[in-house]
Design a protein around this ligand. Structure first.
Ligand code: MOS
Length: 731
């Protein structure tokens, strides 16, 4: 099915099941421990051996020699895989560095060997017996130092790295009120609960990988390319994923080394990345330096805005696209954005939840707060005054409309709900005992892209509907919203729908990334169900024009047949892929929100406690308010981490992230998070898909850290422009 004209009324609009806050259908499986994650798939791979990865001890250089003799002779060891015996390995399309080092080493903890043994302990002990002689080379690890050598990248996530409208320099120079501030965000880690893990098994020349991956078809392609085998010989299965956040968009060393280990040991092999390897062996969100300049008239109209960003990556890598929201949020006739990329020899940079915008808001939305204060304006009013219903900077053009844009409504409703009038505009005025209290606000922007997505739907003789798609559920609720979609389309209750996900045996979907998963994958299910409805009607001789599917029956012109009976003993199957035409070029598809935060800061220790958080979101039709709310409160929690504690500390001498485990890498725990409220504004967007829905999981993080920073300023009068805002920076 091709989606190229705005949707009219369709069966989803009945909203009997879609739009309801139904519980996650995978919830009981997960809370009772019966959902099998990748490392636990004993059902499919009998008698597996265990792999243990040895990570490089240097960040850059060469392996002069590697001696594995002692390891091979150690008890229980079945095989040791290194670049010397692994055969030729290509670099996949989605990785910047190779997943097995040798002889060149490209980053710290890049895998140099896999030891396969009968037990995990034997594999780990033997890995310690491998002797590697490295020839260390000098690397660049410090973004601040590398900044001056940064260059304009070819591409920024498919967009132009730089943009320009009007004449920023003259307009900024002429502006009566100006802000020019530079902000720093650190390297951060996805820190998902489940580390990357895979079980690999070969049957002849066919490889099965039970793994933890957000994008099944990308993964299949990259495994095939890396190993030099045909794509159709690779089978990937990833039905449950214990968090991804972008860190599992791509296959990593666990998958490739499990495959190589299984080939060498002639046994299924399971590999979980040791927790201490996750931060340096896999991808992370890169540090940024961001300069924001805003010029405005005295009445608060922005006349000039500029946002420049610097980040680093390994040679061949990409930039953090943190200037993106600055092209979208506020009107201003003169503007420019610029993206610069430095070569750094740290572990590779890549997407992490809301890549670009998550970091970009941390600068822009604090600069907006600083500017509002300089103007003597309320920061909510300042944002509202500078709203734009067309894209302010569409890579130089300025007139394409947003399909929906309720930023002003989000800000207004948020201010009302939060009690914003209780905020004292002057900082450091409100005190409760030893605590200084402050409130902060930030806008939230994130794109709402769609990706082609396929599904297969089967109706059997008992009236059960089974949906199969390689879409993944990374804890987001995909199982549930897909079941809701199929139930609504076929007129059956939820318990008549079975959803099967995350397997290369199923039609290729959009996968989970870029906040496109919910809108795209349900649209693919919509397309397949539309075909199935037609097949049922045709089989019964019903006119497809006036057929209805409700209460487990299909009806037309006074005749009604139970669905199972209509399908017959052989059942009926339909498969289709939703493809998206150019509506996203005619209209900018975006999601908007506003975050409000109240903090308390201890006057003596400068300890920061979050007291209240509110997000108001406008993100198209909300397919399931419960799972959407969970996405947003999870994102707000991640935003709180970004504001207050998360930071991969870089060792600038040796080029690695020092705090590479969950003891040293701090993420928020329950005690750090206060009451969180989420409000969704009514919105249906017929230009996005027949579902009229957008994503929300990444919108939820955008702006949170800035709202926290602004609240801390309001509480204390101390403006910190370097994240995380730890107490030492407030003293
Ligand atoms: Mo998202 S960072 O594209 O998984």
């Amino acid at each position: 099915m091709k989606f190229d004209t705005p949707a009219t009324t369709n069966p989803i609009d009945q909203l009997k099941i879609v739009g309801k806050p139904v519980d996650r259908i995978d919830g009981p499986l997960k809370t009772t421990g019966t959902a099998s994650y990748a490392y636990e798939r004993h059902d499919v791979a009998a008698n597996p051996a265990y792999g243990h990865i040895l990570g490089s001890a240097i960040a850059k250089g060469r392996i002069a020699s590697i001696d594995t003799r002692e390891a091979i002779a150690a008890p229980g060891v079945l095989a040791v895989v290194t670049a010397q015996n692994a055969g030729a390995l290509m670099k996949g399309d989605f990785n910047t560095a190779k997943l097995l080092a040798g002889p060149e080493v490209q980053h710290y903890h890049q895998a140099v060997a896999l030891v396969v043994a009968e037990t995990f302990e034997q594999a780990r002990a033997a890995a310690g017996l491998i002797k590697v002689d490295y020839t260390r080379a000098d690397g660049a690890y410090d973004l601040e130092k590398a900044k001056s050598s940064a260059t304009k990248p070819k591409d920024m996530d498919g967009d132009a790295p730089d943009s320009k409208v009007g004449d920023f320099a003259s307009a900024f120079a002429a502006a009566p009120v100006q802000i020019d501030a530079t902000y720093h965000t650190p390297d951060v880690s996805h820190a998902m609960m489940e580390p990357h893990a895979s079980i690999a098994a070969w049957k002849g020349d066919e490889l099965s990988l039970w793994t933890s991956n957000q994008m099944i078809d990308w993964g299949r392609g990259d495994v095939a390319k890396t190993l030099g085998i045909p794509k159709d010989k690779v089978h990937l299965s990833s039905p449950y994923i214990g968090g991804g956040f972008g860190g599992k968009l791509f296959v990593r060393s666990d998958a490739i080394l499990a495959a190589l280990g299984a080939r060498a040991a002639k046994r299924p092999v399971k590999v979980a990345l040791q927790r201490a390897l996750v931060a340096n062996n896999t991808t992370h969100r890169p540090a940024t330096i961001q300069r924001v300049r805003i010029g405005a008239s005295r009445d608060g109209k922005i006349t000039a805005i500029a946002h420049e960003n610097w980040s680093g990556d390994l040679p061949g890598g990409g930039p953090d696209s943190s200037v993106q929201q600055t092209r979208m949020l506020y009107a201003a006739p003169n503007r420019m954005t610029a993206t610069r990329l430095a070569v750094l020899d740290l572990p590779e940079s890549n997407a992490m939840r809301a890549p670009g915008e998550a970091t970009g808001h941390m600068a822009l939305e604090v600069a907006m707060d600083e500017m509002a204060e300089k103007l003597g304006m309320d920061p909510v009013q300042f944002r509202i005054l500078n709203d734009s219903q067309v894209v302010p900077d569409d890579n130089g053009k300025t007139d394409r409309p947003f399909s929906q844009r309720q930023l002003v409504e989000c800000l207004r409703q948020g201010a009302d709900t939060f009690g914003w009038t209780g905020r004292n505009a002057k900082p450091a005025q409100r005190r409760e005992g030893d605590w200084l209290i402050g409130m902060g606000v930030a806008s939230a922007y994130r794109g709402a892209p769609t990706q082609k997505s396929g599904a297969r739907v089967r109706l059997d003789g008992s009236g059960m509907v089974t949906v199969e798609t390689d879409m993944t559920d990374i804890g987001t609720g995909s199982y549930t919203i897909i079941a809701q979609t199929a139930a609504e389309m076929m007129g059956v209750p939820l318990d008549k729908v079975v959803v099967k996900l995350g397997d290369t045996a199923y039609p290729v979907s959009a996968g989970s990334g870029g906040q496109w998963g919910a809108a795209s994958s349900t649209a693919g299910v919509y397309a397949a169900c539309t075909k199935l409805r037609e097949a049922v009607a045709t089989k019964l001789g019903f006119s497809t024009a006036d057929v209805t599917f409700a209460d487990g029956k299909v009806s037309s012109a006074g005749r009604s047949v139970a669905l199972g009976e209509a399908a017959g003993p052989g059942g009926l199957v339909a498969e289709d892929t939703m493809e998206f035409g150019d509506l996203s070029e005619k209209y900018q598809h975006s999601t908007f929100g506003a975050h409000f935060v109240e903090v308390a800061v201890d006057m003596h220790t400068c300890e920061v406690r979050l007291r209240r958080m509110l997000a108001v979101c406008a993100a198209g039709r909300i397919l399931n308010p419960k799972s959407a709310r969970s996405q947003v409160i999870g994102a707000m929690t991640m935003g709180a981490g970004a504001a207050l504690m998360e930071e991969l500390a870089v060792d600038n001498r040796f080029g690695f992230f020092v705090n590479h485990d969950l003891a040293g890498y701090e993420v928020p725990v329950h005690a750090d998070i206060p009451h969180q409220d989420v409000v969704f504004l009514d919105e249906t967007d017929p230009t996005v898909s027949p579902m009229k829905a957008k994503g929300v999981g990444e919108l939820g993080i955008c702006g949170v850290a800035a709202a926290v920073a602004n609240a801390i300023y309001n509480a204390t009068g101390v403006r910190v422009r370097e994240y995380p805002i730890t107490l030492d920076k407030l003293i």
